[in-house]
Every structure is written in structure tokens, then in C-alpha cells.
Design a protein around this ligand. Sequence first.
Ligand SMILES: Nc1ncnc2c1ncn2[C@@H]1O[C@H](COP(=O)(O)O)[C@@H](OP(=O)(O)O)[C@H]1O
Ligand SMILES: [Mg+2]
Ligand SMILES: [Mg+2]
Ligand SMILES: [Mg+2]
Length: 415
Amino acid sequence: MRRSVFKSPVFLFSVVLIVVLLNLSRVTRYITGKTIVPQGVVIPISRFRTTMSTIPLDHPYYKELEIASLAVKRASVLTKKLSDSIATTQKSGTHTKDDKSPVTVGDYAAQAIVNHAIQLNFPGDEIVGEEDSDTLRENTDEAKILSAKILEIIKEAEEETSSYSDKVGSLTNLNDIFDSIDLGTSQGGSEGRIWALDPIDGTKGFLRGDQFAVCLALIENGKVVLGVIGCPNLPEIILSNEDQTGVIGGLYSAVKGVGAFYTPLFDSDEFIPLADQERIKMSTNTSPASIKVVEGVEKGHSSHSTQSKIKDILGLNRDTVHRQTINLDSQVKYCVLAKGQADIYLRLPVSDTYREKIWDHAAGNVLVYEAGGKVGDITGTPLDFGKGRYLQSKGVIAGNNEIFDTVIKAVKEVL
Ligand SMILES: Nc1ncnc2c1ncn2[C@@H]1O[C@H](COP(=O)(O)O)[C@@H](OP(=O)(O)O)[C@H]1O
Ligand SMILES: [Mg+2]
Ligand SMILES: [Mg+2]
Ligand SMILES: [Mg+2]
């Protein structure tokens, strides 16, 4: 009997050869750990994955995102260490500013690190930063103690994150540190590229050992186009004030037109491209029985009594409202919202004259919009980041797209 052509060695060899050729890139990757793309260029696997994903490597602001993420990560490593030994920071590392608000060695050191990275990579850009070095340059014992501590903690953080020094640089003496802090004096405005930096947002939370965030945004011609928020103490899952679990430390990023993303903050000592991060989305919940509201902790920063009235009008039950309210310091509130773990953020003004600072909201703003939500002032008007160092509006309200208008209606009813 004639042997079937399908069983001939030549045929079987040809089939194996075709399969191998079709999977050449996989086979090469298996053997060498590298990937060969058709042009014969060898690139690392993580970059290959990014190229193949829906988010291209050449997405807008890729380099800005990489530098911002590394700088925020280094500042987060530094502030997390201080936060874990908060008793020492409280005692000798804190100064009270003229407006009676606290500033710590962590705020100064984080601002120096991030400003330095921006200047090194984007020397033509301006920076609106919260802090300045005036107090540190004074000839006092307090200034000397604070400055020595700042130099020490910056050196420590740089050593721990030395793998990214080629990208974000390093600071080795106090003069350079003071000059770097003072790069943050831009008056803001509606033209050009301006970074907004809050080196520690929620300093009061930081000093309690609670939530705080390192917040950096890029504003272009008055519009926020990129935001990176390092949340060193934030658990991955926030269900209520009592129920919070999962990995501690999150990095939240958004690029206008690309999306909003989450990745653990301390897992990796390199920049994770967005394609390898988790895309995050706002909720669509509008049910009064299950919606969650995020608010600040400090009663001096937002009116908790006005917020209670708004929750009443929205139909939250008085017996369960405490379980539906999550109190968190800093811009971590925007992160929890963007991740779909809460539906509304209420920040009702305590005074008629207070104007919010752009660095307190810029990064969170683009994060919420890119996750599919809205942010406005108490009238629902979008926040204008092109008016200088301050917003010229009152309060902040944010929510998912479905609920936002209803919340604004309730706010108007109460005010
Ligand atoms: N009267 C006030 N109303 C609203 N925000 C205020 C305020 N006084 C201070 N803040 C701001 O509230 C921020 C903290 O927000 P939250 O209360 O949501 O944690 C502070 O940021 P810093 O901690 O960076 O100084 C500070 O800028
Ligand atoms: Mg402050
Ligand atoms: Mg702040
Ligand atoms: Mg701050």
C-alpha cells in the first residue's frame, strides 16, 4: 500500500518549519530573552509588549510621563520613610509657615527632587511649586537643623533609587537643593508649559501618619495635560473608613486623550509604561443606597456640615451615611474616585474668601476626567488652571458623569 503523503518525513518537516517560522519572534524570545522585530532591530521585551498594546510607545507626553513618574517615585520613597518614622519628623522636622500651616523636611526635600528632575529634562518649562527656601536660608539654629536633615534624607532617597539617577539627576549640596526648591516660583498663567507641584499634599495627614500624596501636573496653555500622583500610604482597596485592604502605595497617572492608570508605587524600581499599568475607570453608580462620598479629614479645609446637608438632599440614609462617607487627606481622594471606589468628592468652602491653589487640584483633575468623570467648582463650572497660582473659583465638586449634574443641583439648593 502507498504511504499517505501526509505521513511523509518531508511533509512533516515542512509543517514544523512553517510553524517555527511563523513563531520566530516567540522562539527567539524564549532562547535569548530579547525580541527581534521584522526590521531586525533587537528591543527589550517590555518595550515590545508596549508597542503591541493599544497604547503606543510614542503616545503624547511619553517622556514627560516617564520623568514625572520617576521623580514622584523618588519623592515617594523619601516621604514614605519619613511617614514610617513620623514621631521624629513631628519633633524636629516641622516648621510652621506664616499662614500657620505646617511644612516639613519632607515637603522641602520632595520639592527639591522633583524640580531638579524637571529642570534637567525640560529646562524651558516653568514650575509652580508650593514651597520656597526662604526659611531654610535664614541664619538660625532651626534653619540649620532642618537643612542638615533635608540633605541627609535626599542622599538616602537617591541611594535607594540610584537606578534612575541618569534620568532625574541627583542633588549633592545644600546650595543646589535651595536653588532647586526655588525653581517653583512661576506665577502660572494661560500660556506655555507650566508644571504644578505639591511635594506633600495633605501635610496634616502626613503628620498624623495618615494619607498624603506627591502630586505633579503639567499644564499647557492653561489646560492640564498630564498628572502623576504618588500615594505612599494608600491601600489598593478602599471600601469605607474602616475597611481598607490590599497593597499599600499606589501610583496614579493620567495623560490627556490617553487615559487614567494605576500601578503599585513601590513594586518596581523602574518606569512602568502605561501599557503595562492597570487602566482605571470611574463608577457609573447613581443609587443613593450605595454611592460613596469622599471628603477631607480636616474640618478647616472643607465644610463638613454643608457636605452633610448635600448628602441629605441626594437621598443618603442618615443611618448609613457614615458607612458611605470616606474621609481622606490630600489628592488621594481623586485617586479613589478615579479607581471607581467612590462616586462623589465634596469640598465645600469654609470661607468666602479662600481660593484653592492650582497644585492642590491639577493632577487630580486630569485623572478624574481621563477616568470618565467631571470636576467643577460649586457652580459646576470646570476649574480654570490658567489664572495664576490660585483658582479663581470656590470649592471643588467631582463625580462620575452620570451623577455630576444631580450633585451640582443639590449644592446649589444648599448654598
Ligand atoms: N481653608 C482652606 N480651604 C481649603 N483648602 C485649604 C484650606 N487651608 C488649607 N487648604 C489646603 O488643603 C490642602 C489639603 O487638602 P485636604 O484637606 O483635602 O487634605 C492643603 O495642602 P497641603 O497639605 O499641601 O498644604 C492646603 O493647601
Ligand atoms: Mg502646605
Ligand atoms: Mg496641598
Ligand atoms: Mg503641600
